[in-house]
Design a protein around this ligand. Structure first.
Ligand code: 13P
Length: 255
């Protein structure tokens, strides 16, 4: 499989961090640091920060995303935001199925599938997160878990729609822990996801799909991870909150 067919995507996931004023400041600081990037640069921010982020990023190479969306177009779902609302305000990307949503907010493989469906229908690009728990890795069922999560999320997704999907492999034990998967561990699972895509959609689709790694990726380890043949970018938590650190990851992906 030829890695050069894929343009790397470095996405920040700010999680529940930054106010609108802080959003503006961080993006202003980041813009000159990433303007020459030879990769896609995306920042996924809290709903409340989206407008400030869109305004601050306007005219730059930074794209903005949300961190979740609901599966319905509208309705009685207090506290939720639909994919159509995001699309209407000009947000191009959305993260779906992050492990923190699964862990703390009852997200299931089925609701991940439904949210993915809604996001694609609205014309958003989806960063679909999959990954095993620590116990699942210790029980040697990482491959089964990741295959199942990916297959269930993509069940209704056509090959043409796959162009709007990025998959982020995020081992849960590596998120926010400072414990990074080794490049070999990360690449092994990314390769496994790619072979599942080949099984489901064919070689062409498998060669084109961007598969990121996420989990304590930072300015120090990014280069080694991104050099792996099946790692096409990163989903960055903590290090995306500091302009120089995130810019260093973007620089590593641009090489
Ligand atoms: P950290 O980079 O903070 O480990 O977070 C990774 C993550 O969950 C990105 O979605």
């Amino acid at each position: 499989m030829n890695k050069t067919l894929r343009r790397p995507v470095i996405a920040g996931n700010w999680k529940m961090n930054k106010t609108p004023a802080q959003t503006k400041a961080l993006i202003e600081e980041l813009k000159p640091l990433v303007e020459g990037a030879d990769c896609e640069v995306v920042l996924c921010v809290p709903y409340i920060d989206l407008q400030a982020a869109l305004d601050a990023a306007q005219g730059s190479n930074i794209k903005i995303g949300a961190e979740n969306c609901h599966w319905a177009e509208s309705g009685a779902f207090t506290g939720e935001v639909s994919a159509l609302m995001l699309k209407d305000m000009g947000v191009p990307y959305v993260i779906i199925g992050h492990s923190e949503r699964r862990q703390y907010f009852g997200e299931t493989d089925i609701s991940v599938r439904e949210r993915t469906r809604a996001a694609l229908d609205a014309g958003l690009k989806v960063i679909l997160c999959v990954g095993e728990l620590k116990e699942e890795r210790l029980d040697d069922i990482t491959a089964e878990v990741v295959r199942m999560q990916t297959k269930l999320a993509l069940k209704d997704v056509t090959e043409a729609e796959l162009e709007n999907i990025i998959i982020a492999y995020e081992p849960v034990w590596a998120i926010g822990t400072g414990l990074t998967a080794t490049p070999q561990q990360a690449n092994e699972v990314n390769a496994l996801i790619r072979s599942l895509i080949e099984e489901l959609y064919g070689k062409n689709a498998a060669e084109k799909i961007v598969i990121q790694y996420g989990g304590s990726m930072n300015e120090v380890n990014a280069q080694e991870l991104l050099a792996c043949p099946d790692i096409d970018g990163g989903l960055i938590g903590g290090a995306s909150l500091v302009a120089e650190k995130f810019a260093a990851v973007v620089a590593a992906a641009s090489q």
